[in-house]
Design a protein around this ligand. Structure first.
Ligand SMILES: NC(=O)C1=CN([C@@H]2O[C@H](COP(=O)(O)OP(=O)(O)OC[C@H]3O[C@@H](n4cnc5c(N)ncnc54)[C@H](O)[C@@H]3O)[C@@H](O)[C@H]2O)[C@@H](O)CC1
Ligand SMILES: [K+]
Length: 469
């Protein structure tokens, strides 16, 4: 029953089409759908058994193979001595689910909603294709209103796997057990917020290595023993009209690994910390310093002709650049034409991503499609940030788990930009830097506790670094 050891499904985040193709490939290679369902059902049942701790379990089964998994789970639990029953408003519609029901020794009823302490939702998986109605909707409403421990198998039964769209009664689960591979909905808001803890059951699928994946925690290298401030990375933060945002970014950057952070500004900054070097003068001349390893431009920049001139000077310097905030409203095809875009990165939120897509004539139905199209058209590494961040670069697509919701505060985007730019200055790899930045930002928020300010968050990043050394 155990999947083969050369399974390559770990971390992949698939569409329904990719999932069906992976399962089809397994069947072509000689693994039957029944065998896959056994692996999925038994793997999920082991989690359910562990979480139920002897409490009564009710399994809700739908007509497709998600329901089939439900019968396998119920059968496994029953044979393990756990008190379990099944509710299935309709009989199975697939041969494999029929076989699972015929094999299941747990008691099965077609109506009612049994009182239980643990509920396992197997009404619909990635085959959900329309609004949930009738008896299935009634079951989900009961499930929503009960106080029991709720487990979704593969995906919550009213959530569309590719888009995260809600197609029925909306409810919160304590645990969601993905089967074979993650689906996009597992990392799309607001669907992700209703899934509770997420776990993945490997069923031995062989998945293309370039498939999008869930980001794994980075390993951050401490400075080499012979490091000095320039070798550790000199970051230039280009300031503009508003002083606060670049200062926040610089505060975070100083605590994210760069050996030296300079604020390039024509204003005086009496509030700047003593460790931050503030440098005026001609921007193009200053940026020509070959010791500068990376440039951050955008926070507090402004959006007028002068700001555009600064953007242009930064691009002419030919360094790795991170563009954020106002810079994302100024970037266009003419500005980047002829440059090496592989060393450029952007960190747009939803609105800024829409702005970039308009500027670069890009269409896409979802955030991932827009981010991917922007990267493919420009070569720029794109972190579409938010509670459901998606990173697209030359190494492919990375999804992330949700960070603390306390991050929804003014200035936290400037902190993220500072961290990411600092990491670029350290090693020069924009995709790796952005991935590290998402983790550091999120971990810093955990450390900072509730209701932190952006400044407090920026001053916590060095503590977050310690978690990844
Ligand atoms: N195909 C495979 O090889 C495997 C599939 N597995 C399971 O199979 C699931 C996918 O199975 P299916 O493709 O059969 O799909 P589902 O079980 O998700 O449900 C699809 C069935 O429900 C019907 N349906 C869709 N939306 C409906 C709605 N709103 N109201 C009423 N009926 C609706 C469809 O017509 C179809 O009969 C996965 O999520 C996973 O749980 C696992 O057993 C692993 C192996
Ligand atoms: K389900």
């Amino acid at each position: 029953m155990a999947p083969s050891s050369n399974s390559r499904s770990a971390g992949a985040v698939l569409t329904v089409e990719q999932m069906a193709a992976a399962e089809h490939a397994a069947m072509v290679s000689g693994v039957s759908e029944w065998e896959l369902m056994q692996r999925a059902g038994e793997g999920a049942a082991r989690w359910v058994a562990r979480m139920s701790g002897g409490r009564t379990v009710s399994v809700l089964c739908g007509p497709g193979n998600n329901g089939g998994d439900g019968y396998v789970i119920a059968d496994f639990l029953y044979r393990s001595g756990i008190p379990v029953s099944v509710v299935a408003p309709k009989p199975p519609a697939t041969d494999t689910a029929k076989k699972a029901r015929e094999t299941c020794v747990a008691p099965i009823s077609s109506d009612g909603f049994p009182a239980a302490e643990v509920y396992v939702d197997c009404l619909f998986g990635y085959g959900l294709s329309r609004q949930v109605e009738g008896a299935f909707a009634t079951l989900l409403e009961h499930l929503r209103d009960t106080t029991g421990y709720k487990i979704a198998i593969d995906v919550p039964s009213s959530i569309a796997s590719d888009t995260g769209e809600n197609l029925g009664p909306s409810l919160y689960y304590d645990l969601t057990i993905a089967l074979g591979a993650w689906k996009r909905a597992h990392f799309i808001m607001p669907a992700m917020a209703g899934m509770g803890v997420k776990r993945l059951v490997d069923i031995g699928l062989d998945i293309a290595e370039d498939a999008p994946v869930l980001s794994a925690a980075p390993q951050i290298e401490p400075p080499a023993p012979d490091s000095h401030k320039y070798r550790r990375g000199l970051l230039a933060v280009v300031a503009g009209e508003m002083p606060g945002a670049p200062l926040l970014a610089a505060e975070a950057a100083m605590r994210s690994g760069a050996g030296y952070v300079k604020l390039l500004s024509e204003h005086s900054h009496p509030d700047a910390p003593a460790e931050l070097v503030v440098e005026g003068g001609d921007l193009a001349a200053t940026l020509s310093d070959e010791r500068i390893a990376a440039v951050l431009v955008g926070p507090g920049l402004g959006r007028d002709a002068k700001a555009r001139g600064k953007l242009s000077a930064a691009l002419d310097a030919g360094k790795p650049i991170l563009f954020d905030a106002d810079a994302l409203h100024l970037l266009d095809p003419a500005l980047i034409e002829g440059g090496d875009t592989s060393q450029l990165a952007v960190t747009p939120h939803e609105g800024e991503l829409a702005q970039l897509c308009a500027a670069f004539s890009i269409e896409g139905e979802s955030k991932i499609e827009r981010a991917r199209a922007l990267h493919e058209k420009t070569g720029i590494t794109v972190l579409a940030k938010g509670p459901d961040s998606i990173l697209v670069g030359s190494k492919g697509v990375r999804f992330f788990n949700r960070g603390p919701s306390w991050l929804s505060a003014a200035g936290t985007g400037d902190v993220l930009a500072g961290i990411a730019a600092s990491r670029i200055a350290v090693h020069g790899d924009p995709q790796r830097a952005l991935e590290e930045a998402v983790w550091l930002h999120s971990e810093a928020a955990h450390i900072a506790g509730p209701a932190f300010t952006a400044g407090e968050l920026a001053r916590t990043v060095n503590q977050a670094l310690e978690c990844f050394l």
